[in-house]
Design a protein around this ligand. Structure first.
Ligand SMILES: [Zn+2]
Length: 195
């Protein structure tokens, strides 16, 4: 980073001057609002899903009986529920100035979407074609040029060939080996995780 340049917001869809923090406060405020929108009932439902007492996305009619409870804890869902309920709201006051604020922004933002989907059933049982397609797209290996276009079209994230090369040289990004291809291939998920 050049010291003479004004620091810009490290969220690439924003990239506006942002001198005193890593990312603008307004992005944190937006996350905070989304976290506040989870009602107590919704959070309890998420914990219940994690405990296997309720199925995500209303796959089955709810009988209200506890006799069906399955004694399986989904650790990722439990962690997500704890994050939504406790850890992330408490992290908000410090997020904007954290060195890794941009990365954490995406983790929290994705976590909120995931929790919403589990609670509200936007994608019942994950068989929804749109959801399946999204999962496929985000993991699909692409050549550098395709990836750069895709990141802009789908995420409004601008990356360049030289940025990709730098990440690869520094070992931050591992090209995906695909049999029969001698191109360097990457998928969008890898890039999102670097943001
Ligand atoms: Zn910003």
């Amino acid at each position: 980073m050049h010291r003479t340049e004004t620091h810009i917001c490290e969220l690439s869809f924003c990239a506006k001057p942002c001198e005193f923090t890593t990312i603008c406060h307004k992005h944190v405020d937006e996350l905070q609002d989304e976290l506040t929108e989870f009602s107590t009932d919704e959070k309890l439902r998420l914990f219940a899903i994690a405990r296997g007492e309720e199925k995500p996305a209303d796959q089955t009619p709810r009988s209200g009986s506890k006799g069906q409870a399955v004694d399986v804890l989904s650790l990722p869902t439990w962690t997500l529920a704890m994050n939504i309920h406790h850890h992330w709201p408490h992290a908000m006051p410090y997020l904007a100035q954290e060195p890794k604020a941009a990365k954490h922004y995406w983790i929290i933002s994705n976590g909120i979407q995931e929790a919403r989907q589990k609670i509200n059933g936007l994608y019942p049982d994950h068989q929804d074609p749109e959801y399946q397609d999204a999962i496929l797209q985000v993991r699909y290996p692409r050549k550098a040029g395709d990836l750069i276009e895709h990141m802009w079209d789908h995420y409004r994230i601008r990356i360049s060939h030289s940025q990709l090369r730098k990440w690869t040289q520094r070992g931050k990004l591992q090209p995906i080996e695909v049999e029969g291809s001698n191109h360097h291939l990457y998928n969008p998920k890898q890039v999102l995780e670097l943001m």
